[in-house]
Design a protein around this ligand. Sequence first.
Ligand code: 13P
Ligand code: SF4
Length: 309
Amino acid sequence: PETLSPIQEEILALKRQRNAVILAHNYQVGPIQQIADYVGDSLGLSYQAQRAEADVILFCGVHFMAETAKIVNPGRTVLLPELAAGCSLSDSCPADRLAEYKAAHPGVYVVAYINCSAAVKALSDVICTSGNAARIVSRVPADREILFVPDQNLGQWVSQQTGRRMRLWPGSCYAHVQFTSQAIEKIRDQFPGAPVVAHPECVQAVRDLADEVCSTELMISFARKHPANEIIVVTESGMLHRLRREVPGKTFIAGPTDTCACNDCRFMKMNTIEKVRDALKTLSPAIELPGDIRAAALAPIQRMLDWSK
Ligand code: 13P
Ligand code: SF4
């Protein structure tokens, strides 16, 4: 068993006292992942949030993820350790601009990547995550024209996977677009024979170099199955913690950028172990949502959960 620090022990005691469940995204820092009840990708976290029975869901991730938890399970208190933990991708598609686009293009079918605000979800027909995007898009009626928001890189990849033409919203993840083909080629030269696994939010030139393009959760199964002992992981650095823990005995090499040996999402890293403790102590910051937005955002999320079963 792993040894825990005093603050981690304190959090586990508070968790019992508050009847809380701790959900953490794969990009959270190691000490948070270590004390979480569940660590996973956006899809797995949505299912976990929906079925949570504890009074409190302490969500260690970014704002849109905690918001999604509140939408699917409104009876719980949903806490986000740092309310300012946003997402550049989510910010690249403001709800008023999407509403304008829809007004100018009536009848368009909006597939929204889960990395968007509740207000954008409320304007969408179905939600997807990186783990189910191709499956969701392939279920959209063939006679409908699709607008994919907000990630143009994931959208382009899904379009290539499914053969389905889509209009792409011009958004991107500031962290994943920092990976370049030059930087990945360089690390591949250093570790010849190591397969490259990349997140679909990376640009096409990087995805083209990858042996596998997949969601963070699918990176775990890829790493387990692949015979290689060294694997290059092109996504946010928190993923390495999860991989090293769950696939021991293999070496995971962080995908570098042109300027850094690995890549952090500054929003994901705003949650700290101290803020996790404080959130449980004070039961804040809590996610609150207007009822009409919640109801409108639930329908496309529920459609996704049903379609990806
Ligand atoms: P996953 O759903 O693959 O974990 O991705 C979430 C995310 O924010 C990627 O940047
Ligand atoms: Fe958003 Fe990118 Fe951070 Fe994921 S890694 S939360 S997409 S900014």
